[in-house]
Design a protein around this ligand. Structure first.
Ligand code: SAM
Length: 281
């Protein structure tokens, strides 16, 4: 029987969530343990849109906040930016990110720090982005991360993008927002607090950004079609096989998918592109 032990999945490199109880661990690390590498709500397609919108090119100095297992990092590195820095607070994620190889001349590094306090220099980045990480922060922490992105970015050439869960439509009944949020937190075991498209834009504006483009996509992270699109057919079958052999993990995955399906009409993925607002003090 194949093992779902992360040490068996990735030799020599620890996997985040190693040693945690499958019944209680954060949903994204449970999926990573099963072999899933794309952990953001809009999948690779919305990530590609985001990278195209950011227009990453060889002049850019890129900072990725909460880079996780480096799936987007690999796409970014094919665009050969001058520099790429991955930030994550999880030591096992940083160990994985430290082994990223650049296909070009990019200066690559991985640092372990909080996205709200990276200790990277002011105004040194031309591109900052983060995926599937703001949603899981309470509102004051969301603001601190966005403020940090603003601090890192060059005033004139900087671009910032996010890719997160969203609630649809704008103006959604607050009681329904509470119910969806509670169901998500119960399934994912993370304090997920998605915002509506207007809510994400307002938050960015309040921290000194002007939104210049946005795209939404269905929240289909655990649907078979998306799984194959994101991971490839054989890896998707392996993920399903590991889940089927682990009753606790299977129960968790099915619970997450049930909640995503139940709230399908009001849950989506969103990516927003923003630039520093010139007059913002
Ligand atoms: C759901 S995973 C997403 C990973 C990756 N961005 C992706 O889309 O595949 C969330 C990641 O965010 C990281 N993270 C969450 N909050 C963070 C924070 N405040 N500072 C740094 N990393 C954070 C976690 O350690 C984890 O790697």
């Amino acid at each position: 029987m194949a093992s779902t032990d992360p040490r068996a999945l990735r030799k020599h490199v620890p996997v985040p969530g190693d040693g945690l109880d499958a019944a209680r661990m954060p949903g994204h690390w449970l999926l990573a343990r099963l072999g899933k590498r794309v952990l953001r709500p809009g999948g690779v397609e919305l990530t590609r849109w985001m990278l195209d919108a950011l227009g990453v090119d060889p002049q850019d100095r890129v900072v990725e906040l909460a880079a996780g297992l480096g799936a987007t990092a690999r796409l970014t590195l094919t665009r050969r930016p001058a520099a790429y820095t991955a930030v994550d607070r999880d030591p096992a994620a940083v160990a994985t990110l430290s082994s990223l190889a650049s296909p070009g001349p990019t200066k690559v590094r991985a640092v372990r720090s909080d996205a709200a306090d990276t200790r990277l220099p002011d105004g040194d980045a031309t591109v900052v982005y983060g995926e599937a990480m703001l949603t899981m922060q309470p509102d004051p922490a969301k603001r601190r991360v966005i403020r940090e992105a603003r601090r890192l970015l060059n005033d004139s050439t900087g671009r910032y993008a996010i890719h997160e869960l969203c609630l649809l439509p704008d103006g959604l009944d607050p009681a329904l927002v509470e119910r969806i949020t509670a169901d998500l937190q119960d399934a994912i075991h993370v304090g997920a607090r998605p915002l509506t498209p207007g809510g994400w834009s307002e938050l960015l504006a309040a921290e000194g950004f002007t939104v210049t483009a946005q795209r939404t996509a269905p929240m289909a992270l655990l649907e078979p079609r998306r799984l194959i699109d994101d991971e490839g057919l054989i890896p998707a079958l392996r993920i399903a096989g590991r889940a089927l052999r682990d009753p606790v993990a299977l129960r968790r995955v099915l619970h997450m998918r049930r909640v995503f399906r139940r709230h399908n009409a009001h849950l989506g993925a969103i990516s927003l592109l923003a630039v520093p607002t010139p007059s913002h003090a």
